[in-house]
Design a protein around this ligand. Sequence first.
Ligand code: NAP
Length: 261
Amino acid sequence: MSSPFEPTSPFDLTGRRALVTGSSRGIGLAIARSLLGAGAQVVIHGRSAETVQATAVALASQFGADAVSTVVFDVTDEQSVVEGVAELEASGPIDILVNNAGLQHREPMLQVSVEDWERVIRTDLTSAFLVGRTVARGMIGRGTGAIVNICSVQTDLARPTIGAYTAAKHGLRGLTRAMTAEWAGSGVRVNGVAPGYIRTELTQPLVDDPVFNAWVLGRTPAGRWGEPEDIGGAVVWLASDASRFVTGQVVFVDGGMTAVV
Ligand SMILES: NC(=O)c1ccc[n+]([C@@H]2O[C@H](COP(=O)([O-])OP(=O)(O)OC[C@H]3O[C@@H](n4cnc5c(N)ncnc54)[C@H](OP(=O)(O)O)[C@@H]3O)[C@@H](O)[C@H]2O)c1
């Protein structure tokens, strides 16, 4: 086996193709940029064809048209997932999958409807199972692949009013381990990256709320909100040969939040 520290960088993703779900904006878009910067071809994804296309055009102007492609499907719908992945695989394998698409719902658990509970679980947890196993079928056949599930500090900690999100993100750690248990022997590595509080469309109302903003700044040892660009480095590492013996793990990228009380 070759050393991981040869003149070619073990972080180099040249020749690999990555699907990043929910990459039309926010953290997914920043992850897409990092993967492109490391040499990968990246598939931009979301439900809105218009936003996906606009994002892809902007990235193509920076990284080249050959490096960027698009796909549109709903990660919560099995048939759409299977059709979307088949459409991509018709033009080549998917070497890297980042399960990033997600949403939030804030309401005390005593009031939350079963419909809202299930919508969050389906979007933030079941989606990673659906897209993960659909893409893994090809990876297992080729004996190689890397999956990164985007978790959260709520993978480890709870907070009032986001019960379904907390349950889903805790579940993602279990899913990451379960996928590892079944697929590591077939050359597929599965890890998680858990962002702290990151400034995106999803969290803009919290950034704008003076009380919540002060809580985040006080509760984060690094003393700031994370930026989407803070997440890409860990994803590139976990997608690349630099982490070739790492699987089943969740890496927290949270400015120290989960390290302190
Ligand atoms: N922001 C934070 O502070 C933070 C912290 C920890 C973890 N995270 C996690 O990071 C991930 C991204 O968060 P974000 O803040 O970047 O969110 P965001 O800005 O709201 O972006 C969400 C992305 O997911 C796509 N999406 C949502 N539902 C979808 C569905 N059913 N099918 C297909 N695509 C779907 C959206 O595109 P369409 O609307 O076009 O479908 C969009 O591209 C989520 O998993 C979130 O839980 C975020």
